[in-house]
Design a protein. Structure first.
Length: 601
């Protein structure tokens, strides 16, 4: 493998983030214990800003492509997700100094762990190989495990970290075993190589990896090892994005973790899981490959998204702990985002036109994840702002009369709750709207009313979910007695909350710019066009992908994107009339006649 200069440039954001993390840890070693560590947080914030600048440089100056033989991709899809991770890491660092000092947990390694976790997320979004995805997951997960248990004197923090670690290690083992089974079947862990093996099996009609078309599905089969490996990979990734039934760790981990960390987990960690999952599904598996029924993994995720939305909202209603309520709320949000992924798969499997190319439906998922990031970060930032060693915000009663004691913070928290509930004109409303719109497009494309039922159930669940969001507002303004208004505790934290509020309102009032950026990012995603072409040409007619057979009109035709077939030798002769020899050709056994002399003037 030849390393090119563009490969090194593609790693620039990773190098900047790692350097910032190392600087933070080294500076903390020489820190004097009698001084606040605010300056270490400032160093980490500057490192995150420089990482964001490096991401923007790669977006602008580096053409989309792959690096290091396809191990990682550098494209707008990677860059947009990296900006989300950097923004989440930067805001988390800005929330943290005063909060950590208030709860007695101010240590410099906190900021190094946030930066290191962000680096792992960036690697997950850029990975073009299953092993690189696993490496990014582990770098991110180990950092978050430590951050969850960062409150050493808290039993809830230790319990949440222990549960998260053991269940996370078990999920990582499942994920790695699934990857091993897929490697044993296909012979590669590269996403495009897996896709090519699946498509090659379909073209050769060996009936090993994929079905041979919906019309003859009854006689088709799957390689059991590949199929089991695919299910294990889906299960491992489901744990990272916290969908039902892989959500068991979420409430305890959120309840025990520091409030500033919970927002980071609920946004950046979830977005990183979706970034890697979309690449795996739409490159390695594809919307029309590895099926157990006419829709395969899309059908599995269809039901998981429905169950996740219902369970997340219903369980959040009965919670009395604010963190646990927001934990189940984040599970429900994962279900909403998963609806967009499923809808994109259905569109890609049934509509061959480039305008509706299946992967483009994921633009609603990117839009949803971004619009979900800022209000969720802001909500946990408000809880961190109000938290102290003797008064953590745990129950709803802890928020009583906050609207009078901290009017600005209460107003921002109310705004973030309304956005999470999907109330216009906040960003959360348009996040849900575009996901449901993609589901409607899938319903029209497929002609299946199942998506209509899914949308109706999701909307009803959102209406029910508005109860627990409005409950926060009721306790802030309508419960308890008015308390004294305290002075400002952290100007940096207030600025970070203001940034979240501005982004929440801006993307709600002007959603088109972010939606267009998400559209460009998904269209620029590498690997999809190579692995799964948009259409199959059947003579002069464009047929949807998934038919998996060669048209009779042209037996030498190939699926677009496949390797070119070897050229056949030119035909020596062909009878001009069927059953009658051509008089201009020599009889069999006679030497060919010499070429005629050219006419000379």
């Amino acid at each position: 493998m030849i390393v090119k200069s563009s490969d090194i440039l593609a790693l620039l954001p990773f190098f900047v983030a790692l350097l910032a993390g190392c600087v933070v840890v080294i500076v903390d070693v020489f820190h004097r214990t009698d001084r606040p560590r605010t300056y270490i947080a400032n160093i980490g914030a500057v490192g995150m800003l420089l990482t964001g600048v490096a991401v923007c440089m790669t977006w602008k100056y580096l053409p989309a492509g792959e690096a290091f033989g396809g191990l990682i991709y550098h494209d707008k899809y990677t860059a947009l997700f990296n900006l989300v991770f950097v923004a989440a890491g930067l805001l988390t660092i800005m929330f943290s100094p005063k909060y950590l000092r208030a709860v007695g947990a101010e240590r410099g390694e906190y900021y190094g762990l946030v930066i290191l976790g962000t680096t792992g997320m960036m690697l997950m979004a850029a990975s073009g190989d299953l092993l690189m995805t696993f490496l990014g997951i582990e770098v991110m997960s180990i950092s978050v495990y430590v951050l969850v248990g960062f409150l050493r004197n808290s039993e809830a923090s230790a319990e949440g970290a222990a549960k998260y670690f053991f269940l996370g290690a078990f999920a990582s083992a499942i994920l790695l075993y699934g990857m091993a089974l897929m490697y044993g079947t296909v012979g590669s862990t590269n996403l495009e190589a897996i896709a090519e093996a699946v498509m090659s099996s379909a073209m050769s009609e060996d009936n090993i990896l994929v079905r041979q078309g919906a019309e003859d599905f009854a006689g088709a089969g799957l390689d059991p090892l590949f199929f089991i490996g695919m299910l294990l990979v889906l299960g491992g990734m489901g744990f990272k994005i916290a969908i039902v039934p892989f959500h068991m760790w979420t409430p305890d981990a959120y309840e025990g973790a520091p409030s500033s960390v919970v927002g980071y987990m609920a946004t950046a960690v979830k977005a990183a899981g979706f970034a890697a999952l979309i690449r795996i599904l739409f490159i390695a598996f594809g919307p029309d490959a590895t099926r157990i029924d006419p829709m395969g993994w899309a059908r599995i995720l269809f039901y998981l998204s429905l169950i996740t939305v219902i369970v997340g909202n219903l369980m959040a209603i009965v919670q009395n702990n604010v963190k646990r309520m927001l934990a189940y709320s984040s599970i429900a949000h994962a279900g909403y985002a998963l609806i967009g992924v499923v809808a994109a798969a259905y569109i890609g499997a049934h509509d061959p036109t480039e305008a509706a190319y299946g992967v483009l439906g994921n633009e609603s998922v990117l839009f949803y994840l971004i619009t979900y990031t800022f209000p969720t970060l802001g909500a946990f930032g408000c809880l961190a702002y109000l938290g102290r060693r003797d008064r953590e915000i745990d129950t709803y009663d802890d928020l009583n009369a906050v609207g009078f004691s901290h009017p600005a913070i209460a107003f921002l928290l109310a705004l973030f709750m309304l956005s999470s509930a999907g109330i216009p004109p906040t960003a959360g409303f348009f996040g849900k709207f575009y996901v449901f719109e993609t589901a409607m497009v899938a319903s029209n494309s497929v002609g299946d009313s199942s998506f209509i039922y899914l949308i109706v159930v999701s909307i009803l669940a959102s209406v029910a979910g508005a109860f627990y969001y409005l409950r926060v507002i009721v306790h802030m303004y309508m419960r308890g007695e008015r308390g004294p208004v305290e002075g400002r505790r952290s100007g940096v934290a207030q600025w970070s909350l203001a940034i979240c509020a501005i982004a929440t309102l801006f993307f709600g009032l002007f959603p088109s710019s972010l939606l267009q950026t998400s559209h460009e990012a998904v269209r620029d995603m590498r690997g999809v066009d190579t692995a799964f072409p948009t259409m199959v040409l059947m003579g002069d007619e464009a047929m949807p992908r998934g038919t998996n057979f060669v048209p009779e009109e042209d037996p030498n035709a190939l699926v677009p994107g496949a390797q070119t077939a070897p050229q056949q030798a030119p035909t020596v002769f062909q009878p001009s009339v069927e059953g009658e020899a051509d008089p201009n050709l020599p009889a069999p056994g006679e030497p060919p006649a010499p070429p005629a002399e050219p006419n000379t003037p």
